[in-house]
Design a protein around this ligand. Structure first.
Ligand SMILES: Nc1ncnc2c1ncn2[C@@H]1O[C@H](COP(=O)(O)OS(=O)(=O)O)[C@@H](OP(=O)(O)O)[C@H]1O
Ligand SMILES: Nc1ncnc2c1ncn2[C@@H]1O[C@H](COP(=O)(O)OP(=O)(O)O)[C@@H](O)[C@H]1O
Length: 173
């Protein structure tokens, strides 16, 4: 039965990159990544970014993880997951560990891999402005009880993956 791990962190913090690199290097483990961004094209296609929809999104990703738990050793839910309510729900329902992938906002604005920060920082009257980007103009609750914090502000990807790997093996033992 898989250990379910939930990530939380802002867009661009490194959730997908760390999960994918961990999967690539962990050849002895059956790893499944449930990436929020990806599942918003399928299982969660009908959902937007209101609080209710974000909570429903995480609930569905958790249910999906549970449904495939016998086929994997580690399942990583890599979504922004901005509310303590959702994080607590995954912990209570599936004993999902919580890993906070954090990064300073000024660095996220510089990375801006998807151009979302640029759009969120446009003047209010600009038609292209994004009005609900998590961490800029929408809520991101600081996690209250993370089992691990990975700070990617100035850390290499390799060290972030080492932190994750160490944690995973400690919980699998
Ligand atoms: N308004 C707004 N706020 C946050 N994110 C936005 C928004 N609009 C689009 N996107 C893109 O959607 C991805 C986040 O989806 P998640 O399912 O992880 O979000 S959540 O957990 O339900 O909050 C997120 O993916 P990542 O960049 O991989 O985090 C964004 O690319
Ligand atoms: N220590 C690190 N860990 C993960 N990503 C990092 C790190 N340092 C820099 N990056 C970069 O930050 C970006 C993270 O993007 P991504 O993984 O898509 O974030 P998220 O999935 O959280 O939205 C990538 O361009 C990646 O190369």
């Amino acid at each position: 039965m898989a250990k379910i791990i939930q990530f939380t962190g802002l867009s661009g913090a490194g959730k997908s990159t760390i999960a994918q690199e961990f999967e690539r290097l962990s050849k002895d483990l059956r790893v499944k990544i449930i990436d929020g961004d990806v599942y918003r094209q399928s299982l969660c296609k009908d959902l937007g970014f209101s609080k209710a929809d974000r909570i429903e999104n995480i609930k569905r990703l958790g249910q999906y993880a549970k449904s495939i738990e016998n086929d994997f050793d580690v399942i990583i839910i890599a979504a922004i997951n901005p509310f303590n309510e959702s994080r607590d729900y995954l912990k209570a329902s599936y004993h999902a560990a919580l890993i906070y992938i954090t990064c300073q906002i000024n660095v996220l604005v510089l990375r801006d891999t998807k151009g979302l920060y640029k759009r969120a920082l446009l003047p209010d009257e600009d038609p292209d402005k994004l009005h609900n980007l998590t961490g800029v103009n929408d809520i991101f609750e600081e996690p209250e009880s993370a089992d691990l914090i990975i700070n990617t502000t100035a850390q290499s990807l390799s060290n972030s993956v080492k932190q994750l790997t160490h944690f995973v093996y400690s919980v699998l033992e």
